[in-house]
Write a protein that binds this ligand. Structure first.
Ligand code: BGC
Ligand code: BGC
Length: 665
């Protein structure tokens, strides 16, 4: 009792509570004044983002004194001022608890397991082990092919297996839809996040993810491992393009918009409400030297300042799942970090959804798998992403046996299992998965539709950043007599899309049907009197009225995309020099997953455009290059001048272009 009195007296809500009681006893005019007052308090709490601790306080209070809480809640609700910030996922908790009470330990552990479709040799294992989730990694396509229909059939097959179980708990299927539904043939590919960051347009980000959600739902899937809300600090990291910006506030704003795009205003049983997954918690973009899966070496204040705001915003936007990062914080793997996963994320930030691991990530905590299972689950992990099946190391059968043994030995408390499963079931109820989850064929048919492509085209348009434009080189006239286009990237859809496109690492060439390369878009944009000459190697440049040079990075994704040196390649520099030598105006377009060190290429170009990794809709580029719409994109990160700057040997004060830079034409 003494502790409670202390807590209560120290709580900032003591004042509110007392006022509530007094107000209950007063007359109408005073009540309305009071409403104004609580409104102000609520706004203050929102601006300070403290409403979650507020709810937490309430929860603690409620345990200690149900009577007080009731008065407090009733009055606040009567005044209509206790507006919860984030979506409350606990509305089905009675159902969740009732179901949980019927479940055996095997059934509970099964819910916590997510297996890669490629790791499940025998589909019957879904029912045999009561698997709660199946997913497809970047290279795990259905055996029947990569078409939307093949995906839908495969996903439905897995879902049907889960319904063979005693309790018929529906399965939730997950996939990386990180720039459109990018594993599926013919889906619209959006600009990677780095380009979306340059739009600075939350409304557009939201619409883009609405389209992605619709395409994901068209393959029977209701869970996207997106948005990535990393705040990449070092461009040498190969996942820089998966982050919107190096500024936490912008990432927070766009990440929250993306969550709303996927899930809708609220995560719900709407067939278009796709569970979002904010990733990778936390500090993935802050690893030393930009090393993938590396170590974020910083104090807690820095960790919180740079990397926590996007998670606060995502939770406020109602995100239902969060993926933990492969990386470490000051040498300790995030997957075993109870303080950050449980205390900060679930406690302080009030995250009510569930935490999923990254791909075989717990395996990295220690050399002993069983210990990894123990430390990660005890740290607060709710679902574990396991790519391997029987016959491989650390496969799902082994995981299940290990976790069962750990519970039997009292090393993982039953209460932790119950909490994890409750969180997963809560989301499944919230999404209406228990009421059947069939797919409208119209959604499948709309994958890659012109309407969807139009939204991606708009994103491309807004994402281009004009870095240089001498002599008003841009916009180009559609009436030019002879336009020369050079560079293999100009006619390479794979390079235009980057990593995480059809294949995990992406690939060069015609990676997916549909879409328009920049070359094709240019040919479609110019007048009938314009001759367009194209050579990948710049062998045909004579007689040009203008030369468009398209250069950039070849596709890559995590692990393989880290680079120590970010210089534009020798071949690309030579190509620009060759174009310059023609004497015609040179427009250089750069496809890259990050700013590159440009060297003389900038000087040798009359106009220079950072196009990032724009995706399949090349016409978004010609819209702007030929002046149908203006350049509006601006940098969402500093553009380094040199490799020394990247290595921290010279300060960003000397950056080539500062965050926010972008010419208008
Ligand atoms: C990546 C995640 C991704 C997961 C599933 C991991 O290697 O880090 O971003 O969601 O694989 O493909
Ligand atoms: C990725 C998967 C991918 C796999 C290939 C993982 O790290 O996350 O998406 O399929 O590697 O080995």
């Amino acid at each position: 009792m003494h502790g409670f009195v202390n807590f209560f007296m120290e709580s900032p809500f003591f004042l509110l509570f007392t006022l509530n009681v007094i107000i209950l006893l007063t007359k109408a005019p005073a009540r309305s004044k009071y409403c104004e007052f609580t409104t102000n308090i609520t706004f203050y709490m929102k601006s300070q983002q403290i409403s979650y601790s507020f709810i937490q306080n309430l929860a603690i209070l409620s345990k200690k004194s149900a009577g007080f809480l009731n008065i407090f809640l009733c009055v606040s609700l009567l005044c209509g001022r206790l507006s919860a910030d984030a979506q409350n996922f606990s509305q089905n908790d009675a159902k969740v608890q009732a179901l949980l009470a019927q479940m055996t330990l095997d059934e509970k552990i099964g819910q916590m397991v997510q297996v890669d479709s490629g790791g499940i040799v025998d589909k019957g294992d879904v029912a045999k082990y009561y698997l709660g989730s199946v997913f497809s990694g970047g290279n795990s396509d259905p055996a029947a092919g990569n078409s939307p229909q093949a995906w839908l059939d495969e996903v439905n097959g897995f879902k049907a297996e889960a319904l063979q179980t005693r309790l018929k708990i529906p399965l939730i299927y997950g996939i990386d839809a990180v720039h459109g539904h990018n594993n599926i043939e013919g889906a619209v590919i959006f600009p990677h996040h780095i380009g979306m960051g340059a739009t600075h347009d939350p409304e557009l980000v939201k619409r883009a993810e609405q389209v992605t959600a619709a395409e994901v739902a068209g393959t029977g899937i209701r869970w996207a491992f997106a948005p990535c809300i990393a705040v990449p600090q070092d461009e040498r990291w190969g996942r820089t393009y998966e982050g919107y910006s190096d500024q936490p506030d912008l990432v927070a704003e766009l990440g929250a918009a993306a969550v709303k795009g996927f899930q809708g205003e609220e995560l719900s049983n709407d067939p278009l409400s796709v569970l979002a997954c904010a990733k990778h918690f936390i500090g993935d973009g802050g690893t030393h030297g930009g090393k993938d899966q590396g170590d974020a070496e910083c104090d807690e204040a820095t960790l919180r300042r740079l990397y926590l705001p996007p998670y606060k915003a995502a939770i406020k936007a109602g995100v239902g799942s969060i993926m933990v990062s492969y990386s470490s914080w000051n040498g300790a793997k995030m997957h075993g970090n109870k303080y950050l996963l449980t205390q900060v994320l679930k406690g302080e930030l009030g995250f009510q959804g569930f935490l999923v691991s990254d791909w075989a990530a717990i395996d990295q905590i220690s050399p002993n798998y069983r210990t990894d299972v123990e430390s990660s689950i005890n740290a607060g992990l709710d679902m574990v992403m396991i790519p391997y099946g029987p016959g491989r190391q650390n496969n799902y059968v082994e995981f299940i046996q290990d976790l069962k043994a750990l519970v039997a030995a009292g090393k993982v408390p039953q209460s932790r299992i119950d909490d994890a499963v409750s969180r997963i079931l809560r989301i499944k109820y919230q999404m209406g998965l228990f009421d059947g989850d069939s797919t409208d064929p119209k959604l499948t048919a709309a994958i890659g539709s012109p309407e969807h492509r139009a939204v991606a085209r708009e994103c491309v348009r807004e994402s281009l950043v004009l870095l240089k434009n001498e002599h008003q080189t841009l916009p180009l006239s559609k009436q030019l007599k002879h336009l020369v286009v050079v560079g293999e990237a100009a006619d390479d859809l794979g390079m235009q899309c980057g990593g995480w496109t059809i294949d995990w690492q992406g690939r060069k060439g015609k990676v997916t049907p549909g879409g328009t390369t920049l070359l094709a878009a240019i040919k479609g944009a110019v007048s009938s009197g314009t001759t367009v000459t194209y050579s990948a190697d710049g062998s045909e440049v004579s007689g040009a009225d203008a030369v468009v040079v398209v250069v950039g990075e070849e596709p890559y994704a995590e692990m393989k995309g880290d680079r120590r040196n970010l210089d534009l390649s020798e071949a690309d520099r030579a190509l620009i020099a060759k174009a310059k030598a023609t004497g015609a105006p040179v427009v250089t377009i750069l496809y890259s997953g990050r700013p590159l060190v440009l060297g003389p290429a900038l000087k040798e170009s009359d106009a220079f455009v950072a196009a990032w990794l724009p995706g399949t809709e090349g016409e978004g580029m010609t819209d702007v290059l030929f002046g149908d719409t203006p350049f509006t994109g601006t940098l969402a990160r500093n553009w380094p001048k040199s490799d020394e700057e990247l290595a921290g040997l010279s300060s960003t004060a000397h950056s080539l272009f500062k965050n926010g830079f972008g010419l208008k034409n």
